[in-house]
Design a protein around this ligand. Structure first.
Ligand code: A2H
Length: 263
């Protein structure tokens, strides 16, 4: 990447239930954990795909933190908010008006990705009521928030990862059904139909999340979806993706479930 600014949408995935060990760690620094709103903060370039979220990825070896979020755009009464993201992202957020003091982060505790696997989350707008936190070995600590929301219908990386996780659930220390939520059509593209990412992964014979053909698949999926895609699900069904993208983003922002994040 390097030059230029990446405009992400930061999606607030609310924690519904922590694994026991993580809960104990957090309770020590945040005794009011049950009253607080804690969100996994996922950075996405495709807000219009959020209807198709099936899980949320963390890098199992990545260091995250629990940070106080100061959100001017949130509705009144929602000031008891915390986010899980990398220290690096928290720092960027503090220069974008999301910390109490400009340029300062307030980390309550450090959390390693592996310790958060299995956390139950709400995924805003998703067809699925709740989703799990799962490991993604290819997640990068130096991009976005370090947290990736999984949309296997439209992201080849996400699709290849959930296939791998379902195949080797035991090895990854997860329950297979956490990785096998139904993949529903969200966007139709002229060349790849209603499930663009699975179509590309199968056609290009991509067999693992580390497959060298994935960057090419990702490029094609992004281009197809953005320029030629039509929404086939949700509030803006029937609209071209180019129009729906900002409408879905704004809807999420209006619901205080997302905010713009740049880096
Ligand atoms: B996208 P760019 Cl449906 N490590 O969101 C690895 N990947 C990351 C990441 C990290 N730390 N942070 C964000 N990402 C992913 C949706 C999506 C995305 C779809 C299709 C394509 C796509 C659902 N996952 O991205 O390098 C996030 O996945 C393909 C471009 O900054 C984010 O958007 O250009 C995208 O990569 C940001 O990638």
């Amino acid at each position: 990447e390097g030059v230029g600014i990446q405009d992400y949408t930061a999606i607030k995935m609310k924690v519904l239930d922590w694994p026991e060990a993580a809960k104990n760690t957090i309770q020590k620094v945040l005794p009011s954990i049950s009253e607080a709103n804690v969100y996994f903060l996922a950075a996405t370039l495709r807000p219009e795909t959020m209807y198709g979220q099936t899980c949320c990825f963390v890098g199992p070896k990545i260091k995250y933190g629990l940070f106080k979020l100061h959100d001017d755009t949130a509705s009144p009464g929602t000031d008891n908010e915390y986010v899980v993201c990398t220290e690096r992202a928290a720092r960027n957020l503090s220069f974008q008006g999301y910390s109490a003091v400009w340029g300062e982060t307030q980390q309550l505790v450090e959390l390693i990705g592996a310790d958060m696997i299995g956390t139950l989350l709400n995924a805003p707008l998703s067809v699925h009521k709740s989703v799990r936190v799962l490991p993604m070995e290819t997640a990068q600590a130096t991009k976005g928030t370090g947290i990736v929301t999984c949309v296997p219908s439209d992201s080849p990386d996400d699709y290849a990862t959930v296939i791998e996780l379902a195949k080797k659930a035991e090895y990854y220390g997860i329950q297979k059904d956490w990785a096998t939520l139904e993949v529903l059509p969200i966007i139709e593209t002229p060349n790849y139909g209603k499930l663009t990412a699975p179509a590309l992964v199968n056609q290009m014979k991509i067999v693992s999340p580390k497959d060298p053909k994935l960057p090419e698949a990702k490029h094609i999926a992004y281009k197809e979806g953005f320029y030629y895609g039509t929404m086939v699900y949700g509030d803006f069904s029937g609209l071209p993706v180019q129009q729906a993208k900002d409408l879905v983003k704004q809807k999420l922002i209006d619901l205080a479930l997302a905010f713009p994040y740049a880096e």
